[in-house]
Design a protein around this ligand. Sequence first.
Ligand SMILES: Cc1ncc(COP(=O)(O)O)c(C=O)c1O
Length: 475
Amino acid sequence: MPVKYNLDQIEELSIDKIHEMYRNYVNYGQVNLLSSFSPARLLVEKAEGQYIYLKNGTKVSDFTAGIGVLNHGHNHPRILKARVEFQKHQKMEVHKNFLSPYLAALAHSISTILPESLCMSYFCNSGAEAVEGAVKLAYKSFNGSRSRIAAADIAFHGKLLGSAGLTGSPEIKFNFPTIPNIDRFKYNDIESVRSVVEGNLVSGQSSHYAIIIEPFNASNVQECGGEFLEQLRNLCSHYQIPLIFDEVYTGWAKTGDWFYFLKHGVTPDLLSMSKSFGGGKSSISGFVATRDIFDAAYGRDIDATLHSTTYNGFGEECITALEAISIIDEENLNLAAQNVGEYILPKLTDLALEYPEWLVEARGTGALMGLVLNSDISPIFDRLLDYIPFGVLNDTNFRKKLVVSSVIHELFEQHQILTYFGSNVDVPLIIAPTLMSTEEDWAHLIYALRSVFKKKKYELILKFAAFKYGKKYLK
Ligand SMILES: Cc1ncc(COP(=O)(O)O)c(C=O)c1O
């Protein structure tokens, strides 16, 4: 007889018990890594809007927005209501023998938001699946006559076998087998893309079936310029290479528009999306293709099922996404994201000028901003080496992570503000509030950051190290 827990029993589990269960049944390294920070040692009672309420009575302001998922905030009442209604009427989730009206309505709705050429949608469950689905479609559109794909040096496209191969971030530390013939170009550098494309021409024709890029790279908080995107579009059109924009993170109001690329008026041939698409509740992702590329790939009946997944377009996921889209529209979340950026970013820039020993640069757009920290810690580094487990020193980003982690720790412990760092070359401290946050929350953040940067870097690093490794290391 299996041991089962009901919801009440789960709510009673202690954090130690949860750690033990993770260690025994999920992933013990994950417990070790996450426990470097306070949240993984605490229990959550509930979450609403911009806030997470802990069982110990603390109210935490969530400046991670669930790492991209929570543009609508935690548990938006309209999202909850839409799901409850769907369940109350016992609507049918999915059935491969029926066509889903929910899926049809969602695909239609997306086509009305995007430029006219982007009209054929497929829905799946994770960002990586969306990326791989788009790549697969681009590949099939040439029916095997093109064999190469190009991706950026700082790309993050996911962690499944195909998407992990496309990911260029230094955080991928193991070479898994992946899709063949991935060429790397320098992000936001058109000459680099051109040399990859033109260096692989065969009889004057491109051998690339796709170029994939995040027009706004979320993990390094780095944006492509409008001129670069236009030149990239022209290059792709010239060589008839399908251009894939990966907006898994930056879509759905994050940067002050439905999608970041819309700010620059440069339209891709395929677009991947996820995260806040599900309104913070449903695990839905998708990709959208132009009709021409779709027709070339899967246009014949015999090819129509070459790409499918079990959970494709579940009813409740689709109606949740539809409600999420309505909320963005009716509550004007695009404007909300613009307001976030217009308030916070100039103040972050001021802080960078005021505290050069802490900060190198502030950057970003809308509700996705980053602070690049000054990772110079040499006076105390030698002392720390005695206390640090050997393996981490192989991490080239170790110093950056240590500094940014000490800031994250202090923001949480002293100001109840939750932030995270981007796992990419600059390891930026990411400031990405939900779009339910208010000016009061933003002012609190700026006040908290100033208080943190007034402190000595070595003090905060030692404090973080003591938290992570235990007080005995602070002799
Ligand atoms: C731009 C981008 N693409 C793809 C992914 C992968 O999404 P998932 O983790 O849902 O597979 C992410 C996740 O953060 C992302 O930011």
